[in-house]
Design a protein around this ligand. Structure first.
Ligand SMILES: Cc1cc2nc3c(=O)[nH]c(=O)nc-3n(C[C@H](O)[C@H](O)[C@H](O)COP(=O)(O)OP(=O)(O)OC[C@H]3O[C@@H](n4cnc5c(N)ncnc54)[C@H](O)[C@@H]3O)c2cc1C
Length: 328
């Protein structure tokens, strides 16, 4: 039987593992972080809502991969593999932003708690990035002056224009100040400078700059934005025995979403085990703006209670999958 290793037990990694109980799952953490729930911690949920203990096979940090020797190098050991599935997730990159010491990112439950504390005494809150995360964030701070800064000429620039317009009007009704075509040049302790103006800020949150895991950039494999370039079968374009899924892979202009992570995790494992299944992804995402649930797809969007039901169903599916993983 060929030895298949999965690197990273996040959303895509656990769905991959569930397809093949004989595969070996390595993660640096015994806990899975639910990125999609971090925003609810800022809103007041308990910190533990953002992560959960789950079974992995090896609890070590991956440091390198020698593809020619088919070896994974971790902090403590070397592991020889026959096939590899890389599922190492994302990173929020703030390094290139001037004044990044005054910028807060949202990657972990601790980040969410810090923002929750800081927003208590903040009157002016600036959010940089008007994509899915930024638009959701902009409505959770009540009785504050919230500025949402987006460098493109519309919010949700990667979605269809109808959805962008709907979300723009919704946020305007909720008194969010929206600054389009605004590129941030510097973040200061008490302001944000853009190409158009200087905005007062007591708390500046970054909701953009999400790329793949920085480790990927240093590996000898073709990548873009720290995401491995794969073919339609989620196989690396360089190595026949290496697959990638979730935020760790890129094909066309595929976005980083939870649904794509779950589905690509399953297909990557099936293909590593010998199938030849094309990964046909759907551009589909659910956002929750102040309890307005909106499902956005390629050319349109739907909203309302049905969308909330779908969102709850997806959440339950993930919980059930974790239970299955933990019962093995
Ligand atoms: C704040 C935020 C909110 C989001 N909200 C939504 C949303 O509402 N809807 C939606 O569809 N998508 C959302 N997303 C995107 C979605 O969460 C991701 O696309 C999805 O989690 C990606 O899954 P993954 O398995 O690729 O990575 P992850 O779930 O990030 O898992 C990566 C795993 O790799 C492990 N790892 C990393 N480095 C190493 C290493 N060197 N060695 C060993 N293990 C390592 C980590 O511990 C982690 O367990 C959000 C993302 C963020 C950041």
């Amino acid at each position: 039987m060929s030895k298949i290793y999965i690197l990273g037990g996040g959303l895509s990694g656990i769905y991959s593992k569930l397809e093949n109980k004989n595969s070996i799952l390595i993660d640096k953490s015994n806990y899975i972080t639910f990125s999609t729930r971090l925003i609810y911690i800022i809103k007041g949920e308990n910190e533990s809502y953002g992560y959960k203990k789950r079974n992995i096979d090896i609890n070590e940090e991956v440091r390198d991969i020698d593809f020619s020797e088919k070896t994974i190098i971790t902090e403590n050991n070397n592991y020889g593999y026959d096939k590899l599935i890389i599922a190492l997730g994302h990173k929020q990159n703030i390094d290139k932003i001037k004044g990044n010491e005054f910028l807060y990112k949202l990657e972990t439950a601790e980040d969410a708690l810090r923002i929750r504390e800081l927003c208590k005494n903040a009157e002016n809150i600036n959010i940089i990035g008007g994509s899915y995360l930024g638009v959701e964030l902009s409505c959770i701070f009540k009785n504050k002056n919230v500025n949402l800064i987006e460098s493109n000429n519309r919010l949700l620039p990667r979605s269809n224009e109808k959805a962008s317009k709907y979300v723009y009007d919704l946020l305007k009704n909720k008194n969010v100040n929206i600054f389009l075509n605004s590129r941030v040049s510097e973040v200061k302790k008490d302001s944000v400078i853009t190409n158009n103006n200087e905005l007062k800020s007591d708390l500046t949150i970054y909701s953009g700059g999400i790329s793949g895991n920085g480790l990927i950039n240093n590996l000898k494999i073709k990548s873009k934005n720290s995401r491995i370039i794969v073919d339609k079968y989620l196989k690396s374009v360089d190595y026949d025995n290496v697959y990638a899924c979730g935020d760790s892979m890129v094909m066309d202009d595929i976005p980083m979403t939870a649904e794509i992570a779950r589905e690509s995790g399953k297909i990557a494992m099936k293909n590593a085990m010998g199938s030849q299944i094309k990964f046909n992804y759907k551009l589909r995402n659910i956002i929750n703006i102040d309890n307005n649930y909106i499902l956005i797809n390629n050319n349109s969007f739907i909203k309302g209670f049905t969308v909330k039901i779908i969102k709850n169903h997806v959440g339950k599916n993930t919980e059930d999958s974790l239970k299955k993983l933990n019962s093995k």
